[in-house]
Ligand binder design. Structure first.
Ligand SMILES: Nc1ncnc2c1ncn2[C@@H]1O[C@H](COP(=O)(O)OP(=O)(O)OP(=O)(O)O)[C@@H](O)[C@H]1O
Ligand SMILES: [Mg+2]
Length: 216
C-alpha cells in the first residue's frame, strides 16, 4: 500500500527567497508526524503544499500514491476529497452554517454518511455538544477551533493535516485533542501531519520534524 504522504525534493517560493529547497519527507502508514518550527519557518506553507492549494516549483507530493503537486484543479480537488481532511490555522468554518451543519457538509463532500449520534458523540468528546446549533460567530475562539477539529475528524480521512490545531486551547482541551488524534489513528488508520509551535504536543508524537533542525 502507498505511503499516506510522500514529499520528494520539493522547492517552493512565493516569488522571493525559497521557503523550501529540495525538501523531502514521508509519513508511514498510520504514522503521526509533528512538524515544529518558529513563526515564518514554513509550517502553513507546507500544509498548503500538501493539500494542493500551492504548487511546488519542482519536486513531487503524493497522497496515498496519488499526485497532488501537479495536474488539473479538478484532479487535485478529487485527490483532496478522497484522502484528506484539513484543520486550517484560520479554521475556515462556513459562517452561514451551524456547527452541526459544518460537520454534515464536510461529511457529505467526502462522501461519508454520518449519523446524528456519531456527530453528537464527537462533539461530546470535544466538549462542545451544547454548541451544535450555534453559528461560528457565536463561539469562543477555543470552541471554534474544536468545531474545526470535529469537522476534520468526522470525515475519518486517510491523512489529517492540522495547522496549529491547539493554539487557542487550554491544557485540558489540548490533551483531549491529542488523545482524539491518537484514537483516530488507532480506530481508522488515519495518518497525521500536525504543524505547530505548541510544545505541549511534543510528547504525544513519536516523530517530530523540526523545520529549523532535523528529526528526532
Ligand atoms: N502569501 C504569501 N506571500 C508571500 N510570502 C508568504 C506568503 N505566505 C507566507 N509567506 C512567507 O513564507 C514564509 C513561511 O510562512 P508560513 O506562513 O508558512 O510560516 P509558519 O511557519 O506557518 O508561521 P506561523 O507559525 O506564524 O503560522 C514566511 O517568511 C512568510 O512571510
Ligand atoms: Mg502558520
Amino acid at each position: 500500500m502507498a505511503s499516506p504522504l510522500e514529499i520528494e525534493e520539493v522547492s517552493f517560493d512565493y516569488g522571493g527567497p525559497d521557503v523550501f529547497q529540495n525538501f523531502s519527507m514521508t509519513i508511514a502508514e498510520q504514522g503521526q508526524c509533528l512538524l515544529l518550527g518558529p513563526s515564518g519557518s514554513g509550517k502553513s506553507t507546507l500544509v498548503n503544499l500538501v493539500c494542493g492549494f500551492l504548487k511546488p516549483r519542482s519536486g513531487f507530493i503524493r497522497i496515498a500514491g496519488e499526485l497532488i503537486s501537479s495536474g488539473s484543479e479538478p484532479q487535485r480537488d478529487a485527490v483532496r476529497r478522497r484522502h484528506l481532511a484539513i484543520i486550517f490555522q484560520s479554521l475556515r468554518l462556513v459562517s452561514a452554517l451551524s456547527v452541526l451543519g459544518n460537520l454534515q457538509l464536510a461529511a457529505r463532500l467526502a462522501g461519508r454518511s454520518v449519523s446524528r449520534a456519531e456527530v453528537s458523540a464527537l462533539l461530546e468528546e470535544l466538549d462542545i455538544v451544547d454548541k451544535a446549533s450555534a453559528k461560528p460567530h457565536q463561539l469562543s475562539q477555543g470552541q471554534a477551533q474544536r468545531a474545526a477539529i470535529a469537522r476534520a475528524l468526522i470525515v475519518k480521512p486517510d491523512l489529517l493535516l492540522a495547522d496549529e490545531p491547539t493554539s487557542a486551547l487550554d491544557d485540558a482541551n489540548a490533551e483531549r485533542v491529542a488523545n482524539l488524534f491518537r484514537q483516530m489513528t488507532k480506530d481508522h488508520g488515519t495518518s497525521l501531519l500536525v504543524a505547530t509551535h505548541d510544545a505541549r504536543l511534543r510528547t504525544h508524537f513519536s516523530t517530530v520534524l523540526d523545520l529549523n533542525g532535523g528529526e528526532r
